[in-house]
Design a binder for this molecule. Structure first.
Ligand code: SAH
Ligand code: SF4
Ligand code: F3S
Length: 442
């Protein structure tokens, strides 16, 4: 029996797909990357904006013929499954099961249930969602010598534009014992680079008085021998404490890189978004971070065209982007989502205006990103080698501590090693360099 899993959305979904794959492999399934020959077809969905939601319907439609030809099962999991629920089967009767994120670890039972009873819908939130993190089903996402380790998931922040709290449910944290054990294991397997993963990592452990807080967790992980590079996503600016900022100063293995979503730099819009910080507070955090680690690379998320956003509000965001000079960012046009407060807000911004704002923002950022990359020319960077370069098979490729891609001539045996590279050229999305002789650091 073969299973095919198509994954949309964030790393939470990638994690869930990996978990489902792991569970089904234990049941004797093999994983296939082609839907044509699959007996079980799973679409793991995202609904953060309208676009990914639409992709789900086209994916399910596209996979239908393979399900029918192979007399297999077609299952929709993840955030859009949670959002749409039973309606999904009404719209697409060839879908066999609709499974929200809290139930992905029950995928084996769900397959049996389809055999017994036909259609299955699992979308009520579990009372004890910690079940999701049952130890035996907590595989880590591994990419070469890097691994993503989930520490918490879900969200209690309710930003007014965001569907995540409604489809992922409330925040839950894994136990620190499990996290530490997983990381030690990964290190023993040769992993050097760890990313702690969660919708809102700074809230780690906050609900359980006996659990460590995020600062403690981060420090303990930084102290594990063999953790050469440590980063975490995503942080909420309202929870970015001085203690966490100080750890950037204290531990050089916490890499100088932080993704800190700003969303908007207009205080009026931030308030409407329920972000619970002002742009002044955000600037203050950036200042302290740069004091603690002058070379720190910052990235962010921005939304344009939030209801009520005027030209003046947008100019605030532009000014902030020019002031902070992010290394890069993700920017989105506001997309109204079901269940969210902002979907009811007046003063919708016309799509053409939002599109224009997006283009302005992105063209300014392209310029800044290129300038920042050029500033690296001539410097010597510690590069963690990932393998063959995608662009040129005669070269190898890796990342700087700030997460920039560097391509350079060198032997593929260096994969997994940290080497010193002199940067010779800078492009929009990558750097080029030359390997310094005898400079394998680790
Ligand atoms: N927990 C993370 C990720 C949230 S989703 C965080 O808080 O940063 C990733 C990004 O999608 C958000 O940061 C936001 O910029 C964007 N986003 C979320 N909902 C959106 C919506 N309705 N319209 C446009 N962008 C949205
Ligand atoms: Fe969504 Fe806000 Fe939670 Fe991020 S912090 S997941 S944007 S509600
Ligand atoms: Fe999408 Fe769900 Fe992640 S909505 S961004 S897959 S939490």
């Amino acid at each position: 029996m073969r299973v095919y899993i198509e994954t949309y959305g964030c790393q939470m979904n990638e994690y869930d797909s990996l978990m489902m794959g792991t569970i089904l492999k234990a049941q004797g399934y093999s994983i296939t990357s082609t839907p044509e020959d699959a007996d079980v077809l799973i679409v793991n969905t995202c609904s953060v904006r309208e676009k990914p939601e639409h992709k789900v319907f086209s994916a399910a439609g596209r996979l239908r013929k393979f399900k029918e030809k192979n007399h297999g099962k077609l299952i929709v999991t993840g955030c859009t499954a949670q959002q749409i629920g039973e309606e999904f089967i009404k719209k697409m009767p060839y879908v066999d099961a609709v499974v929200g994120p809290h139930y992905t670890q029950q995928i084996d039972d769900i397959l049996d249930e389809i055999d017994r009873t036909g259609k299955v819908v699992k979308t009520s939130f579990l009372n004890s969602p910690m079940e999701r993190f049952r130890k035996k089903f907590s595989p880590s996402l591994i990419r070469g010598v890097s691994a993503y380790v989930t520490i918490m998931e879900g969200c209690d922040n309710f930003c007014t534009y965001c569907i995540v709290p409604y489809v992922r449910g409330r925040e839950i944290s894994r136990s620190h014992q499990d996290i530490i054990e997983d990381i030690r294991h990964l290190i023993s397997e040769g992993i050097k680079d760890i990313t702690l993963l969660g919708q809102n990592v700074n809230s780690y452990g906050r609900k359980d008085p006996d659990e460590w807080d995020f600062t403690r967790l981060l420090e303990e992980v930084a102290n594990i021998p063999g953790v050469k590079r440590l980063r975490f996503i995503t942080s909420h600016p309202k929870d970015m404490s001085d203690e966490i900022i100080n750890l950037f100063k204290k531990y050089t293995n916490i890499v100088p890189y932080l993704h800190l979503p700003l969303q908007s730099a207009s205080n009026r819009i931030l308030k409407l978004m329920n972000r619970k910080y002002t742009v002044e507070r955000y600037f203050n955090i950036v200042e302290k971070l740069r004091e603690a680690r002058p070379e720190i690379a910052l990235t962010t998320d921005l939304i344009v065209g939030f209801p009520g956003e005027t030209d003046k509000d947008f100019e605030e965001t532009l000014k902030a982007v020019e002031k902070i000079r992010y290394d890069n960012f993700f920017s989105f046009k506001y997309s109204p989502r079901p269940f969210t407060k902002a979907a009811q807000f007046p003063d919708r911004v016309p799509p053409e205006t939002a599109q224009k704002r997006l283009e302005i923002l992105q063209s300014i950022q392209r310029k800044i990103t290129l300038e920042k990359n050029r500033e690296k020319t001539g410097t010597i960077q510690e590069v963690l080698v990932e393998g063959k370069s995608k662009k040129n098979p005669l070269e190898i490729s890796g990342r700087t501590p700030c997460n920039r891609i560097v391509n350079f001539p060198g032997p593929t045996e260096l994969r997994g090693k940290i080497v010193k590279v002199r940067i010779t050229e800078a492009y929009q999305n990558s750097l080029r360099g030359e390997l310094l002789k005898e400079k394998v650091i680790a």
